[in-house]
Ligand binder design. Structure first.
Ligand code: HMG
Length: 366
């Protein structure tokens, strides 16, 4: 690992965060009425609340650019200090040109910079972040920072069971000095090839094996957490974290994953409930307002959770992407976490956005 001049291990992490949500939203109850479903299936059964939606002239590029702009402005560093720009997405607008080129072009970033797109379903944003962290720790960055963006628009075919879980959003992070959070150099990855959720070239919407996707997600959770915990007592070990953040395709998925963890650790019902209610459920408030933002979903939860943490408090971040690949990260809050300035982006976007009704939604999809 790279060392500082006085021989300490170099620390790296998140120096700035910018978030962007699209300008439209719809409560899932309205979708239920449109589809002739009991609204409780969506709100109670899946745990969903609202879907963030994009108007027809707005999409993944606008989300990514605006999130990046916000992260850079808040950071206060110079564009010359950026040596890498990586965008994780599964809403690519081109099979060759990386989404990072659209962002770089809009923001005027060019020069001695590695610029690329990362794809692995919802796991792509985390991979981009991990690569940036490891690039810094290896010394190859030579002190430069990285701009990492996770940006997606999630849409299913009309009437698909996944439709109430739709959403959109982008999170941009400057990876550099660990002012907001230090990212542990060791992480816990797990992957298995599966066709649980995929979108063949030329298809507008994903194909989904719903029950298989739920099973893959839960297995990945169990594998990654077991690797992190090792020989420690799971309850005692996990109580040491202020919160446990997850990829949020819909909140009930996360609850199921925590239940699976409880079963694999032999916890009683009360212990599992404690972990879900105290350490997990509070991390999903922003996710409930935006739906599944694919690559951005985990980082929306992490951003919400970091706000207000005291320096040194630790959280976990579990990333899952269909196909499937997963990785569990450990973050430690830095001095700027408490202020949580990026929450202004979220509160502003939620306040300003327009709520559309089922009729307007049907027109938008048509
Ligand atoms: P479904 O099959 O229509 O729903 O769609 P269901 O029949 O399984 O019902 C869902 C829940 O609602 C059940 O709860 C029902 O009992 C309950 P559970 O038993 O599971 O606890 N329910 C009700 N509750 C109250 N009142 C009622 C009522 N009716 C039913 N009246 C499915 C569910 C998840 C399959 C669908 O939403 C879907 O296909 N989603 C997309 C796939 C997905 O999100 N998978 C999650 C894991 S994979 C992942 O996270 C990756 C992903 O983000 C993509 C990527 O990586 O790029 C998706």
């Amino acid at each position: 690992m790279q060392e500082t001049r006085n021989g300490d291990a170099m620390k790296t992490g998140i120096a700035s965060i910018g978030i962007q949500f699209p300008p439209l939203a719809m409560p899932v109850e309205d979708l239920a009425r449109l589809r002739g479903e009991d609204p409780n299936k969506y709100t109670v059964g899946l745990g969903c609340k609202e879907m963030a939606l994009c108007p027809s002239d707005y999409g993944v590029v606008e989300l990514a650019v605006q999130a990046a702009r916000r992260a850079i402005e808040r950071w206060g560093g110079s564009l010359d200090d950026i040596g890498l720009i990586a965008v994780g997405t599964e809403t690519s607008v081109d099979m060759s040109r990386p989404l990072s080129a659209w962002v770089a072009s809009e923001l005027g970033i060019k020069g001695a910079i590695r610029s690329y797109e990362v794809k692995h379903a919802c796991y792509g944003g985390t991979l981009a972040l991990r690569q940036a962290v490891e690039w810094r720790l290896s010394g190859a960055a030579r002190g430069k920072s990285a701009l990492v963006i996770a940006s997606d628009v999630s849409l299913y075919a009309q009437g698909d069971p996944g439709e109430p879980t739709q959403g959109a959003g982008a999170v941009a992070m400057i990876v550099g000095e660990p002012l907001i959070a230090e990212i542990d150099p060791i992480s816990y990855a797990y992957s298995e090839p599966a066709f649980d959720f995929w979108r063949p070239v030329g298809h507008d919407y994903p194909l989904v094996e719903g029950p298989l996707s739920l099973e893959c997600y839960q297995r990945a959770t169990s594998e990654c957490f077991s690797a992190l915990i090792g020989d420690n007592d799971p309850e005692e070990f996990l109580r040491g974290f202020a919160a446990l953040c997850f990829h949020v395709p819909f909140p009930k998925m996360v609850k199921k994953a925590v239940q699976r963890l409880g079963e694999s650790f032999g916890w009683d019902e009360a212990t599992t409930r404690f972990f879900f209610e105290e350490k997990v459920d509070p991390t999903m408030s922003w996710n409930r307002r935006c739906g599944n933002a694919y690559t951005a979903a985990l980082w929306i939860s992490v951003a919400q959770t970091l706000k207000g943490l005291r320096e040194g408090e630790r959280i976990t971040a579990f990333s899952y992407g269909s196909g499937f690949g997963a990785e569990l990260l450990v973050l430690r809050a830095g001095p700027l976490a408490k202020r949580g300035e990026w929450a202004n982006d979220v509160e502003g976007d939620f306040k300003r956005r327009s709520q559309i009704d089922a009729k307007a939604y049907a027109e938008l999809r048509a």
